[in-house]
Design a protein around this ligand. Structure first.
Ligand code: C2E
Ligand code: CA
Ligand code: CA
Length: 847
């Protein structure tokens, strides 16, 4: 073939090959530009032939910088960008070959248009970046389940590198002791399960990291198809659902237990055990805070001896992890129990168990108050790690829920209990309705009375007869009160034995009438299971608007007035007076002073003579009466400090003091020839509940060389109120010893004639209120003569108290009253004055 022919053929070949071909001569001028090049640059050969090759470079690129022109690159693989004539950028891969023809040097550039591959490659790179950036573990597997690709999410989540799992079966490398192998099987044969990219086949699976940590994952499998729809690959996406899963399981189990109304300790136990199952390295405890003390609700892995030792420990600024966390209201992390000062005093409990660290978190109620603590103990010294932290967070909300529910349950129970017991409004309801009545009174400018009713000695009924009986008494009393009140009156029960009533359109006078009816309503005993129970009441009254404008104020003042009523003796009522509120503080001071007075013998006993009515004015005995001359207050009435002593627990002391002092005095009189037949002392109801009373009194008598019948013990009917067997046998014992027993204030209290038969009484003191009324009240006279006759028939000596007038004395003498006591005859006197009085009386031969 001729040279020219060959050249022509070559040109044709070059014209037809798919790569762009550009020939450049040694001056850099384009000598050949094939159709592929024309298409690549969007330029015709005619337009470029003879032009400088630099024009083929993208605009803005220095011509000198490019190999086509400079020819210093020889070989394949040079990537270049081409700017087509219309401005579209193309990607080319260029190889350049230099050659010589007839002594002239040429370069031939072969450029392949790789724009499409390049784009694909870019897309692929981007995809890979996205895939690897995902938090999920993504695995591609062949249809039979063997792994061909994993993203770096797999490495991050499970710790395996691609090379370690390639070729292995799907999810199999991650299976461990507790992995559900049937589920693994299903995942591997997922190609047969129906799935679309929108609805992949899903399966929750417990897997393990390369380091052995358990993880809950959700495996979603999509079958990848080719363009024709034929399956080619499996795409598995693993999502870490450990936390979700834990939360669900924990919540489900704990909530389920709560829904089944299991006791709080059991629910707490489930919670702790579940946490310990998820994190076996943790020892969990859940404690309740009650009144500043810790109590174990659950600590399944701690020995009972340890939890028992911790129970009841006070919270405080330095009270182990839990006590301190509860005290501070913030989490306390102790990484070394052995050395942390917070654990001083407690560490010996837990160190022997091999526990080294303890983080405790306060469990708070909705109002922010600390209800308990939730704590994790560890065998190693370390602080919170993320996984456990999320466990704690989950646990805490459940703990709070449980404790809140307990609180609510108790509250609901309490509310329900109160309402169902008496059917009366409880405090909340009462206060709301009372406020409305008060608003009405304000609008209509009418008066209103708030009445506070407290049953006397109700606690004793509960203690001795049981709560069921107590409840019955409350119900019956509530019914009686209700029946006495008018239609528009409001009656409620505040708590325990406290009732409260609002009497609208009611002045002092009317209120007095209603309150007297209320008191009268308590007089007949409540019969429970055949046994009569006496429940008198003390009542305090506050008036609107005189004493206050608001319900809480009126309530407080009626309450204060009620205490004053109690102090006057049970079964009384009292209107509020301004000076009473001051008394509250005085009371505390008085109590302190009374202690001092008792300790330093600053009290006195005075003696009031009693006279034998039948034999003229023969002295039959004296009653010892307490006197307290207070340094600043002057003489304090005995009713006041006796009630105080009862309330503050000094009454026992007081009784002992009186017994000793009276016996000593009598012995002293006898020794000095002062003739006093006997002495009576007043004892409190609680003295008779002291099982050593008889023995003590006997010893005192003996110590002073006195006979048992030299001493009379006066008691009121309240002694009998609880119907306590101990009290009855004490009274019997005193009687057997020969000590005289007297029933004081007869007629005021519960006046059950039954007592007179049951008790071995020697004496009965007709209350001075009857004696007072003798002059003007028929019923007082009738009652007095009846009592005197009963005394006669039962052979009980009746003493009339408070004889002040001659007509009273006459009536009593005429009706055969054996003994008289009262100001008319003699007032209570200090011992030396009594002696003087006696001497004077002898001189005047009155006795
Ligand atoms: P009581 O046991 O009923 O004592 C009789 C009270 O009546 C005494 O009041 C006495 O001073 C008073 N009295 C006597 N004659 C007349 C009279 O003609 N007219 C009037 N209006 N009153 C008269 P006192 O001393 O103020 O004692 C009051 C109460 O204090 C006693 O009532 C008793 O319940 C209690 N009390 C007094 N001393 C003691 C005591 O040593 N121990 C205990 N537990 N209580 C005591
Ligand atoms: Ca008395
Ligand atoms: Ca009396």
């Amino acid at each position: 073939m001729a040279q020219a022919q060959i050249a022509g053929t070559l040109v044709q070949v070059l014209a037809q090959i798919p790569d762009a071909v550009v020939l450049v001569d040694e001056d850099g001028a384009i000598g050949f530009f094939n159709p592929a090049a024309e298409a690549l640059w969007g330029l015709t050969a005619a337009a470029v032939l003879g032009a400088d090759a630099g024009m083929l470079l993208p605009r803005g690129i220095q011509p000198a910088g490019h190999g086509v022109q400079t020819g210093n690159v020889d070989g394949p693989g040079l990537a270049l960008q081409i700017e087509r004539n219309d401005g579209v950028m193309r990607r080319g891969q260029m190889s350049i070959h230099g050659f010589e023809v007839a002594g002239r040097r040429f370069r031939a550039a072969f450029i392949r248009d790789i724009t499409d591959q390049h784009r694909q490659c870019e897309e692929w790179q981007q995809l890979l970046r996205v895939v690897n950036g995902s938090d999920n573990a993504i695995i591609v597997a062949s249809l039979d389940g063997s792994i061909s690709f994993i993203n770096s999410g797999v490495t991050r989540m499970l710790g395996y590198a691609a090379a370690e799992v390639q070729g292995l079966r799907l999810v199999e490398p991650f299976a461990g002791v507790h992995t559900n192998m049937a589920a693994v099987e299903r995942i591997q044969s997922a190609a047969r399960e129906p799935s679309t990219p929108d609805h992949p086949f899903r399966q929750d699976l417990l897997v393990y990291t390369k380091g052995g940590r358990p993880l809950w994952v959700n495996v979603g499998i999509t079958v990848i198809t080719d363009n024709a729809g034929a399956p080619v690959n499996l795409l598995a996406v693993l999502t870490d659902i450990t936390l979700t899963r834990m939360r669900e399981e924990l919540q489900q189990k704990v909530l389920d237990a709560m829904a089944r109304e299991l006791p709080a300790t059991e629910v707490a136990g489930i919670l702790c055990r579940e946490v310990e199952r998820i994190a076996p390295e943790v020892v969990a405890t859940f404690l309740r805070v009650d009144d500043g003390r810790l109590f174990t609700l659950a600590a399944p892995r701690l020995p009972v001896t340890v939890t028992r030792a911790m129970d009841g420990e006070s919270i405080g600024p330095c009270a182990g992890s839990c006590g301190t966390a509860a005290w501070r209201g913030t989490p306390v992390v102790v990484t070394d129990i052995a050395s942390d000062p917070l654990w001083t005093g407690y560490r010996d409990l837990v160190l022997p168990l091999g526990l080294a660290a303890c983080w405790s978190y306060p469990v708070k109620g909705a109002d922010g108050s600390v209800l308990g603590t939730f704590a994790f103990y560890y065998r190693e010294n370390h602080g919170p790690v993320a996984f456990h932290q999320s466990l704690v967070d989950m646990g805490l909300s459940l703990c709070a829920l449980l404790l809140e529910r307990e609180k609510a349950r108790m509250r609901i129970h309490q509310l329900a209990f109160h309402d169902t017991l008496t059917g009366l409004p409880n405090r909340n309801m009462f206060e709301t309705q009372a406020q409305q009545l008060l608003n009405d009174a304000r609008r209509t400018e009418r008066e209103l009375a708030l009445v506070f009713i407290d049953l006397d000695h109700f606690k004793r009924v509960n203690d001795t007869r049981g709560h069921a009986t107590g409840d019955e008494v409350l119900c019956e009393t509530g019914r009686r009160f209700k029946s006495v009140l008018r239609d528009g009156d409001l009656l409620g029960r505040l708590a325990g034995d406290e009732f409260v009533a609002i009497l609208p359109h009611c002045g002092v006078h009317q209120a007095t009438g209603i309150v007297e009816r209320l008191l009268a309503a308590t007089a007949p005993p409540v019969v429970v299971a055949g046994a009569p129970i006496h429940a008198s009441a003390s009542i305090g009254i506050a008036m609107y608007p005189a004493d206050g404008e608001h319900v809480p104020t009126l309530l407080r003042q009626a309450d204060i007035a009620m205490y004053h009523a109690k102090a006057r003796g049970r079964g009384h009522f009292c209107f509020f007076r301004e000076e009473m509120s001051r008394n509250i503080q005085e009371q505390a001071m008085l109590e302190a002073d009374l202690r001092v007075a008792l300790k330093h013998d600053l009290l006195d006993l005075w003696y009031q003579p009693q006279f034998d009515a039948a034999n003229g004015h023969v002295l039959s005995g004296v009653e010892a009466l307490l006197r307290w001359n207070h340094a600043t207050l002057g003489s304090v009435p005995p009713v006041r400090f006796v009630v105080l002593a009862e309330e503050c627990g000094l009454i026992g002391e007081l009784g002992k003091w009186v017994t000793q002092r009276a016996c000593r005095q009598l012995a002293d009189w006898r020794a000095r020839g002062v003739e006093i037949p006997r002495v009576s002392i007043n004892l409190s109801a609680s003295d008779f509940r002291d099982s050593t009373l008889a023995e003590r009194v006997a010893r005192t008598l003996l110590a002073h060389g006195l006979q048992p019948h030299d001493l009379t013990l006066e008691m009121t009917e309240s002694v009998m109120l609880g119907d306590e067997p101990g009290v009855l046998s004490m009274i019997d014992e005193l009687h057997r010893l020969g000590i005289q027993l007297s029933l004081d204030d007869f007629g005021t209290g519960y006046s059950s004639l039954g007592y007179l038969h049951r008790l071995p009484l020697d004496e009965l003191k007709l209350d001075r209120s009857f004696v007072r009324d003798l002059d003007h009240s028929d019923s007082a006279r009738a009652l007095t003569s009846t009592v005197l006759r009963i005394g006669e028939s039962l052979n009980i000596k009746v003493v009339a108290e408070g004889v002040e007038t001659d007509t009273q004395r006459q009536f009593l003498v005429e009706h055969g009253c054996p003994v008289l006591q009262g100001y008319l005859l003699a007032r209570p006197m200090a011992p030396h004055l009594l002696e003087e009085w006696l001497r004077a009386a002898h001189a005047g031969s009155r006795i």
